[in-house]
Ligand binder design. Structure first.
Ligand code: AMP
Length: 142
């Protein structure tokens, strides 16, 4: 199973935010879209990624003033991305080892989707279930 297959079932919509937006705006967009991370997109394309974990961590350090800071102050600038051609199994390993739950999908320099750890786990479960069904059918045939 490839990342392109995951995008085919979940869709290609990506919630984004500008680097200059306030953290208060970021929190509103996360809540509005019911997602855990946003891709930060500036004039030159992907500038970073920011997740609810970044907000919580900084809120603990800074307090409520954080809401007036900008997204660029709290985002992770070095973004790990994947391609639609990548194998879901390989991405699952990377996400587990590097402990991030979101990976933007880039094709030919263009942002074409995002996958979460929930998406990859769901796709692996479907794969395992399909394998189990095939095995059960094979055994039933004698
Ligand atoms: P998450 O598990 O996605 O909530 O993110 C945990 C931490 O990793 C946060 O500091 C994020 O900014 C960062 N992060 C999330 N996704 C990525 C990614 N694809 N590349 C680099 N850093 C990431």
């Amino acid at each position: 199973m490839r990342i392109a297959d995951v995008l085919r079932s979940k869709g290609t919509a990506v919630a984004t935010v500008e680097p200059g937006a306030s953290v208060a705006h970021l929190v509103a967009v996360l809540a509005e879209h019911n997602v855990g991370a946003l891709v930060v997109v500036g004039d030159d394309g992907i500038a970073g990624i920011v997740s609810e974990r970044d907000v919580v961590r900084r809120l603990h350090e800074t307090g409520a003033d954080l809401l007036r800071s900008s997204v660029a102050d709290i985002m992770t600038a070095e973004v790990f991305t994947c391609s639609p051609k990548d194998a879901v199994d390989d991405l699952t390993v990377v996400m587990t080892e590097r402990r991030f739950r979101h990976v933007p999908v880039v094709d030919g320099g263009r942002l074409v989707g995002i996958v979460s750890i929930g998406d990859v786990v769901k796709s692996r479960i479907s794969q395992l279930e399909a394998g189990q069904d095939q095995l059960a059918a094979y055994i039933a045939q004698g």
